[in-house]
Design a protein around this ligand. Structure first.
Ligand SMILES: [Zn+2]
Length: 195
């Protein structure tokens, strides 16, 4: 997202002089001299914006074909549960409201790399590696129903909704890590494009 914001700034900087010159209509030669540079900058910015949009909208490509069924996209981990908090700065995941005991399903096939208690606020958690550097984590669980090292299929039950750890009400805090293992360098991304 930072790259996206940066590209917008570059685009604004690159096009501002053209707009200003057009408004002034006073120094066409000056504009003509700098026009190629502005053009290059604007073109570069457009390329960056497009690349960023494509990258954000086609996570399925990064997911590869490990998920077996469907088109490679995630399945909803808490059927019927609605989003109570979105991904934003300071909240690196989505909250899916539910009732304590509701079943939590793996969003995609993979291998459980951690299942148990964490002192980082997650409470009882399950971490699943999906390959291609993609991981999902399921937090605040009231019950963990898989074990570390276990293979899970897409939609398989991994636990139950709860409010263990730092949670004020029963919900699933769901995260997607891309290019970094959970618990390591923060590589959390917005989960929504993966569904
Ligand atoms: Zn949360």
């Amino acid at each position: 997202m930072t790259l996206f914001a940066l590209s917008l700034v570059v685009l604004a900087v690159a096009t501002a002089p053209i707009v200003l010159a057009w408004i002034e209509r006073g120094r066409p030669r000056r504009l003509a001299a700098w026009a190629p540079l502005y053009g290059v900058l604007a073109a570069a910015a457009v390329v960056v914006v497009v690349a960023e949009v494509v990258r954000g909208r086609s996570p399925a490509a990064a997911l590869g074909n490990y998920s077996g069924t469907s088109n490679g996209r995630f399945s909803w981990p808490v059927p019927g549960g609605h989003i109570s908090q979105y991904f934003h700065y300071g909240h690196p995941g989505i909250d899916i409201a539910g009732r304590t005991g509701d079943l939590v399903h793996a969003a995609a096939a993979g291998t459980v790399i951690y299942a148990g208690w964490r002192n980082n606020g997650g409470g009882y958690v399950v971490w699943v590696s999906h390959g291609s550097g993609i991981y999902t984590t399921y937090n605040h669980l009231s019950a963990v129903l898989v074990g570390t090292g276990q293979h899970v299929s897409r939609g398989q039950i991994v636990g139950r909704v709860g409010m263990t750890g730092w949670a004020t009400g029963p919900h699933l805090h769901f995260e997607v890590w891309r290019g970094g293992v959970p618990g390591g360098v923060d590589r959390r991304v917005n989960p929504l494009p993966y569904f």
